[in-house]
Ligand binder design. Structure first.
Ligand code: 13P
Length: 256
């Protein structure tokens, strides 16, 4: 079986000026140049994408966007298409983050359209799923996640094809920005569940290649334990990705 390459992705959310974005990515690039065996991605706000791409230059940092519209162009005031993201230098796009689901009322059906649009263009979707605290405490975690998977990946299921480059991110809503992390065992249990779902709905080759990231209060002091779990292939980091020092410590998880 091909080994999955770990990916550490920074979701900057609605933070950092263009100048600060450039400074941060330069510092990350300068300290990861020699790094083998782990992929690094940053997802700045739209307005900083082009400048960050330029600052990345020839270093190996991947650039992702935080959202995408499912149409390629047209009368969609305020929206950004996948072709525009590619023009700005993006290779990846975060889709269905819980903040988009809860604050901006994005449904799994919308997320499904977005994943399809991204894949058609060859943009790698980083598709997020996760349960709320209420759902976890009500014993509904796996039912909720199954439903999110079924509806958010409906187009892939219809086509009976999930691009193996697809990235899924398990982000329990109760762990985002709260300082509460899922324990490595809790996260592993869910990641295993997701991989088995891919196996059942697609095939074992795809299930073994798709990377599943964990997100929710990832910090330098919990990353190594999380990464020691078999089905955890990386992290989607919010707060701790905004400072070079903490993000670099997370990237160097295997030296800790
Ligand atoms: P925090 O790392 O700040 O909890 O955010 C996680 C997240 O939402 C990444 O997408």
């Amino acid at each position: 079986m091909m080994k999955r390459r770990p990916l550490i992705a920074g979701n900057w959310k609605m933070n950092l000026s263009v100048d600060d974005s450039i400074k941060l990515v330069r510092e990350i690039a300068a300290n990861t140049d020699q790094l083998e065996g782990v992929e690094v991605l940053v997802a700045p706000p739209f307005t900083a994408l082009s400048a960050v791409k330029e600052a990345i230059g020839n270093s190996r940092i991947f650039l992702g966007a935080q959202n995408i519209h499912w149409e390629m162009s047209g009368a969609y005031t305020g929206e950004i298409s996948g072709t525009m993201l590619q023009e700005a230098g993006c290779t990846h796009v975060i889709i269905g983050h819980s903040e988009r689901r809860s604050l901006f009322k994005e449904t799994s059906e919308i997320i499904d359209f977005k994943a399809k649009a991204a894949s058609l263009l060859g943009l790698v979707p980083i598709l997020c799923i996760g349960e709320t605290l209420e759902q976890r405490e009500g014993g509904q975690t796996f039912a909720v996640l199954r439903e999110q998977l079924v509806l958010s990946l409906n187009n892939y299921r219809t086509d009976r094809m999930m691009p193996p480059s697809t990235i899924l991110a398990y982000e329990p809503v109760w762990a985002i920005g709260t300082g509460k992390t899922a324990t490595p065992l809790q996260a592993q249990e869910v990641h295993r569940f997701i991989r088995e779902w891919i196996d059942k709905n697609f095939d074992s080759g795809t299930a073994s290649q798709v990377r599943i990231l964990y997100g929710g209060s990832v910090k330098p002091d919990n990353i190594s334990d999380l990464m020691s779990k078999e089905d955890i292939d990386g992290a989607l980091v919010g707060g701790a990705s905004l400072k070079a020092d903490s993000f670099l410590q997370i990237i160097r998880f295997d030296e800790r």
